[in-house]
Design a protein around this ligand. Structure first.
Ligand code: F0G
Length: 356
């Protein structure tokens, strides 16, 4: 049996009809990996799971929303899609546009997008426009252009993106048989935290789950407008995917935090890199730096004594969303771990390095 994509699997919860052409790459169905190493390391009376969204067709969670946004654009007769992006949205938009036989235009901040993501947009045939500016400026321009020209905007301010992305919550609940107690997630433009919260609430309304998680969002310390309550004109972080100073779904992210009784906090680049290394070296999961912000957030929150205070030692379920694949940003991995120096093609030289 072939794998069902997001629309086919969850159509009753999505704004599609018999007439909607389904543009899919069999997205979704991503694994929930138990992270027992983290449970032991953190001495937690909890089960920790990693939702590895890097296993989506273009290597990030964006595909869940893009299948719906591009299908609806196609249904509405649009011939082109456009987005601003820190990289993953552009990779996904260009792949789904290619699949749909549509044009794609992507606007990216020059010098601040990971190499793998740029390669994806280019090879899928997008017209890639690099600006001397950041993501927030790119999004402003793209909003203006798509207002004036017959091009579908496929950033997460497009409600179809949020609709598709909420399927992540459905999958977690289907796999666990309930909602988790805590949902840790990186926050950039704040669409994903908005989508997950919407998904959990809809599943509860449909009687599929009886509890709702606390939404725990994490921004990078150099790009944490929601945490500090101010626009960051010059956001900076090594986690380029979340290098955003004025998130489009700011208010909705705050609502998710407040309605769920969760928090939105920040993690430093050092904390992000530490979590990124633990995930790769001790758990075998290679995610991109921005994704590791969720696990960095878990470690930080625990150190603050949050769970002990809130849960009185009862076993809890924690899900951390790992939003994108590590192979998107190979430069970062190689910068952190030294590249090996070549040796002679000689058995003894190799054995020496092996320590035998
Ligand atoms: N993690 C990754 C890997 C991302 O690419 C993004 C956003 C986020 C987290 C944050 O999600 O914006 O919904 O809060 N990337 C966008 C892009 C901005 O253009 O690819 P968010």
């Amino acid at each position: 049996m072939s794998i069902k994509g997001v629309i086919e699997r969850y159509k009753e919860y999505l704004p599609v009809t018999e007439k909607t052409p389904i543009i899919t790459l069999c997205e979704g169905n991503t694994p929930l990996v138990r992270a027992d190493f983290l449970e032991k390391m953190l001495n937690l009376k909890a089960k920790v799971y990693l939702k590895f969204e890097g296993q989506n067709p273009t290597g990030s969670f964006k595909d869940r929303g893009m299948t719906v946004a591009v299908s609806k654009a196609k249904e509405e007769g649009m011939q082109a899609v456009m987005c601003a992006s820190t990289g993953n949205t552009s990779a996904s938009a260009s792949a789904y546009a290619a699949r749909a036989g549509m044009k794609s235009f992507v606007v990216i901040p020059e010098g601040n997008i990971a190499l793998g993501k740029l390669a994806q947009a280019l090879i899928h045939g997008a017209t890639v426009i690099a600006i001397n500016g950041n993501f927030d400026e790119a999004l402003k321009l793209v909003r203006e252009i798509t207002d004036e020209y017959p091009v579908a905007l496929v950033n997460s301010i497009n409600p179809y993106r949020i609709e598709g992305q909420k399927s992540g919550s459905f999958e977690i609940c289907d796999d666990l048989g309930c909602a988790p107690d805590y949902h840790f997630i990186p926050v950039g433009n704040a669409g994903n935290i908005t989508a997950y919260w919407k998904g959990y609430k809809e599943y509860k309304d449909a009687g599929k789950i009886s509890n709702l998680p606390k939404m725990m969002g994490f921004q990078a310390a150099g790009a944490c407008p929601i945490v500090e309550g101010r626009i960051f004109e010059h956001p900076e972080t090594i986690a380029t995917a979340i290098r955003i100073g004025n998130p489009a779904s700011w208010k909705m992210a705050e609502a998710a935090r407040d309605e769920s009784g969760g928090m939105i906090d920040k993690v430093t680049d050092d904390e992000i890199v530490e979590a990124y290394k633990i995930l790769a070296k001790k758990i075998g999961v290679f995610c991109e730096p921005a994704s590791a912000a969720s696990v960095a957030g878990l470690i930080k929150t625990l150190n603050l004594g949050y769970f002990n205070k809130e849960d009185n030692g009862k076993e809890i379920k924690i899900v951390c969303i790992l939003t994108g694949h590590g192979l998107k940003d190979p430069d970062r991995a190689i910068k952190i771990i030294e590249r090996p120096q070549p040796v002679d093609a000689d058995k003894n030289a190799i054995l020496k390095i092996m320590g035998y």
